[in-house]
Design a protein. Structure first.
Length: 141
């Protein structure tokens, strides 16, 4: 039933290729691939708490805190103490960060186009379904 081919290595190599590609595209705006995801999320849904960001990105709170600190130092985002919970902060995009919206969208579209190259709509849908199933298998293990 299960192949003896190391699918984990293929997935790791795919992740590295995507990360390297994104790193190259995002270098001019000083964004790491994971920061790209955080900025894309905030440009779509501003004012999220650090916990909400961690949940959306499936990242631990410490990683998100480091990304937020880095993006804040670059002037792309700002933290505001929550009015509902003084122990929490909400994260907003600055004007400088808004200037990145076009490039963030272009990079996202370009990556999706590259991933979809040579795949029919049906194959692409199947790929997403299978990768999600594998992700859930590992998460539930």
């Amino acid at each position: 039933m299960a192949s003896r081919d190391p699918i984990g290595l293929l997935l790791r190599d795919l992740h590295l290729e995507v990360t390297n590609y994104l790193t190259k595209l995002l270098a001019p705006v000083r964004l790491a691939p994971e920061q790209h995801l955080l900025m894309a999320l905030l440009l779509e849904q501003e004012g999220l708490s650090q916990n909400e960001i961690a949940n959306h990105l499936s990242k631990d709170k410490a990683s998100v805190a480091r990304m937020i600190a880095s993006l804040e130092n670059k002037g792309y985002i700002r933290k505001v103490i929550s009015k509902q919970d003084r122990r929490s902060v909400n994260v907003f995009v600055t004007e400088e960060g808004r200037k990145l919206e076009t490039i963030i969208n272009e990079v996202t579209i370009k990556l999706n186009e590259i991933i979809e190259t040579g795949l029919s709509a049906s194959e692409y849908s199947t790929l997403k379904t299978l990768l999600t199933r594998v992700q859930n298998n590992v998460k539930d293990a």
